[in-house]
Design a binder for this molecule. Sequence first.
Ligand code: ADP
Ligand code: MG
Ligand code: MG
Length: 252
Amino acid sequence: MLKVKNLHASVEDKAIIKGLNLEVNPGEVHAIMGPNGAGKSTLGYVLSGRDGYEVTDGDMTLNDANLLDMEVEERARAGMFLAFQYPVEIPGVSNMEFMKESVNAMREERGEDPLTAAEFLKKAKAACKQVQLPLDFLKRGVNEGFSGGEKKRNEIMQMILLEPSLCILDESDSGLDIDALQVVADGVNSQRDGKRSFIVVTHYQRLLDYIKPDFVHILADGEIVKSGDASLALEVEKHGYAFLGKKYEEAE
Ligand code: ADP
Ligand code: MG
Ligand code: MG
């Protein structure tokens, strides 16, 4: 599904991703951990094609399509969902209108009929319930005045409604309470269907108590320096990033 080969990427001419390789197959959940400043969030942005993130070398393909040739919107239509893609407030546009348009654009891309207003409302209400957001969130302006936890629930609701094939979640910097963390985990687990893939970036091992990853990768200084199964996350929790050397031991 996703193939990243020898990826090098820069932000403002500063090299951040330095020769990263990653392959994600359908249905797999990959966790990416690593010390602060390792480049975890940058990797998410580069994959999604955010402005200002320049790929200087390497390849990345999604279902054999060259991501480097695709704009942000094209990557989204190709099935990539980045949880922090829509954090902006759009006052005056209701969450409901915004999501209905986005969902129907995705359906069109997949060759499916658009949902009617009633069909969408039914799905949206179910998704709202699943992430424990009151129904009036559908009527509110997109992200307008949402708290951190509400934004997070809203993101997961978007993920559930959009039915993407590759979801990228970045939980590194969010001061999530345990309830919101649980919503993220439940959202991911409910969407695991053997085909949909996930990249979960996290700073906290505890998220991985709820989301059982198939693979765990440690990102340090722009490269994946160690990969393993879920037990690698436990090792990191116990011993920190000491195995990376003194520099990271101090940073943590
Ligand atoms: P992580 O998510 O692993 O904590 P980031 O991807 O946020 O790390 O950042 C990786 C490195 O890139 C850090 O050293 C950070 O300071 C730097 N960086 C990120 N964004 C920018 C930017 N816009 N301009 C300059 N440096 C940046
Ligand atoms: Mg950070
Ligand atoms: Mg980060």
